[in-house]
Write a protein that binds this ligand. Structure first.
Ligand code: ADE
Ligand code: ZN
Length: 322
């Protein structure tokens, strides 16, 4: 059974990480930049482990320079998502990569991306919202700049604030100022935690950053009391099983915590994270989960409803998608 045409809601998609390798190669060619060392001979992205992945990710991102480049990227990413039945997606967009977290530059980048998203909606019927995402290993001061960018541009398109990057650098409390600023501006909040860090990192993220959703969160499974707390609080996990298996953040898919977390009553959702980096798509995620756990269309429809309920958009947008 292919799940390609099943309507899907994706909550966790890094904008730059969704860039098809051929798109990045084309930009590198246009800008006369030699990026050959970040590609394998078969054209896929080449990296050894998570730290190297972050380096290669930043290498690929280095050819995305102008607002126009990001608008083109939005078209390519939306087209790819729509081909896999995605009807709503939240793009994690980093102000650091869009004008170095300078507020007036960021406004221009965001306007160009929104224009790309509007065109994609007209062409493919896919709705896109933006989640401004600071990068943990760039440090708390840069995160404040990103939060300021986000707070200044909150609106119909930019609805959330989050954080990705190297999870084991800094503690969540180091970013509380930024998350407070974003919350006060009216943005909804998510943060990567429990992909590499343990349950303590997930608990500190919930306590110190007061997020509504957690990116990954899979290592919460190691603490039953925490799992029960997450379930009771209705905190939603943006789980990215294919990413976890590919990066060795988890073992084999058959043993992936998504099943035990769901069985324990946690609100889990399914996303691709950085699809071309992990050679995945939303269709493949569903097919692999169906094969590993026997999940079927009823299960996936329920997961998509959970994702739509947890989406960072208004009720009118949710009604349009449902
Ligand atoms: N940025 C892009 N993908 C990421 C991941 N899986 N974890 C943390 N930061 C990321
Ligand atoms: Zn991620």
């Amino acid at each position: 059974m292919t799940y390609r045409s099943l309507p899907k809601v994706e909550l966790h998609l890094h904008f730059e990480g969704a860039a098809p390798p051929e798109f990045i190669r084309q930009l590198a060619h246009e800008k006369k930049v030699d990026l050959s060392k970040i590609f394998n001979s078969d054209g896929t992205y080449a990296y050894r482990d998570f730290d190297h992945f972050l380096e290669v990710y930043e290498g690929a991102t280095s050819v995305l320079k102008s607002p126009e480049d990001f608008a083109r990227l939005c078209t390519a990413v939306a087209e790819q998502s729509a081909q896999h039945g995605v009807v709503y997606t939240e793009l994690f967009i980093s102000p650091d990569f869009c004008g170095g977290s300078d507020v007036s530059a960021w406004r221009e980048y965001l306007a160009a991306i929104k224009e790309g998203a509007d065109k994609a909606e007209a062409q493919h019927g896919i709705t896109i919202k933006g989640v401004a995402t600071c990068i943990r290993h760039f440090g708390p001061e840069m995160a404040k700049q990103s939060a300021l960018c986000a707070a200044e541009t909150v609106g119909d398109f930019l609805t959330g604030f989050g954080m990705g990057g190297a999870e084991m650098m800094h503690r969540p409390s180091d970013f509380a100022y930024s998350f407070d600023m974003a919350r006060e501006a009216g943005l909804q909040l998510t943060c990567h935690a429990g992909e590499w860090g343990g349950p303590d990192m997930v608990a500190d993220t919930i306590n110190d950053l007061r997020v509504e959703r957690i990116g990954h969160g899979i290592n919460a499974i190691k603490d039953r009391a925490l799992v029960d707390r997450i379930a009771a609080a209705g905190i939603v996990l943006e789980v990215c099983p294919g990413s976890n298996v590919f990066l060795n953040a988890s073992g084999d898919l058959k043993d992936h915590p998504i099943k035990a977390l769901r069985d324990a009553g946690v609100k889990v959702t399914v996303s691709t994270d950085d699809p071309p980096f992990f050679q995945t798509t939303m269709t493949k995620e569903y097919e692999d989960l169906a094969a590993a756990f026997g999940w079927d269309e009823t299960d996936f429809n329920a997961l998509n409803q959970t994702a739509l309920d947890a989406a960072f958009c208004d009720a009118a947008t949710k009604d349009k998608i449902a």
